[in-house]
Ligand binder design. Sequence first.
Ligand SMILES: [Zn+2]
Length: 231
Amino acid sequence: MISFFSRLIDLIAPRCCAICGCRLSITEQTLCSSCDRHIPRTWYERSPYDNMMNRLYWKQIPIEKTSALFFYNAQAPVSKAIYDLKYHHCSEIGVSLGEIAAREFSHENFFEGIDTIIPVPLTKKRQHTRGYNQSMMIARGISNVTGIKINNNIVRRTLFKESQTHKDVIDRKENVKDAFSIINTKAIANHHILLVDDIVTTGATTIACSQQLMKAEGIKISIVSLGFVKP
Ligand SMILES: [Zn+2]
């Protein structure tokens, strides 16, 4: 049922598709049905323990489940939504895409056994200039759907060097190796953590962050992102 109020809001302030910009119908949320249909989904939630993303972490960290909503590359239409999320103050795109991912992954019971959601943190400075942490927005969307609590006070990002876009794999690892430090190990002892990032490329960032989380006792780590860049 669509309320009178929602219809009224839709008339006064029409909402636009985050990818193509066309006006959304009253039943559409964030993406128009055409863009939604054409997002190149990974479907990794159907084989969460063995997929191309999961293999990035093998021999690096004891990884449980991994999935991403879609395959990402800078030329794909979906990159507009990610760009707006990161650089155009469109934080609500993160929440909505997080909700979409969570609803789809829930069909495969992906979140079963997970205790705590942790978004990959930004440095204080970066978060201040952006106004928010985009991974926190995605985490919020996942939490809205699953009811799993977010804990944002476990790990801190201390370093943020130049953009990683043009760096090779070894450089990326060097770049983020010491970027994180754990603040509180007790609060997550024996928890199964869901680490949330916007885009996973080489896994270097999520590996560095996980290595800090692993300082807590009895920890399990699963990882979710919106986009995954095929190696
Ligand atoms: Zn669209």
